[in-house]
Design a protein around this ligand. Sequence first.
Ligand SMILES: [Zn+2]
Ligand SMILES: [Zn+2]
Length: 143
Amino acid sequence: MTQSENAKGSCLCGAVSLEIEDLDNHLGACHCHMCRKWGGGPLMALVGSKVSIKGEKAIKVFDSSAWAERGFCRECGTHLFYRIKETQQYHIPVGLLEKESNIDFNLQVFIDEKPSYYDFANQTEIMTGTEVFAKYAPDTEAT
Ligand SMILES: [Zn+2]
Ligand SMILES: [Zn+2]
């Protein structure tokens, strides 16, 4: 299921580049208020943990919640990752990648926070915020 090939990505200005050893080819979209405020729309990202970063000093990390932080390029503003603090798992925005083949969009989360003005036509698994917290962080309070 999980595809293991080194994926490469970079920000708009090129100051930061990433290489992800274990990037999953399953694409998830998050409709939560924070992601939409951060990016102007839903966050569409792939998961990986073995990430090597070049241009680290151009990265600003924003501490967005008790459990996660968000990194962006301080030169061009490109969003680089959403990172779970405890596990150091990265969610990498799909638009950063050089290669966009073999991506399977199969999950939408925080569907209960999705505004009514858009809907994805893709057939995916759908989870509410409550379901996400119950599955991935049973001890975390949903805020
Ligand atoms: Zn940049
Ligand atoms: Zn979100």
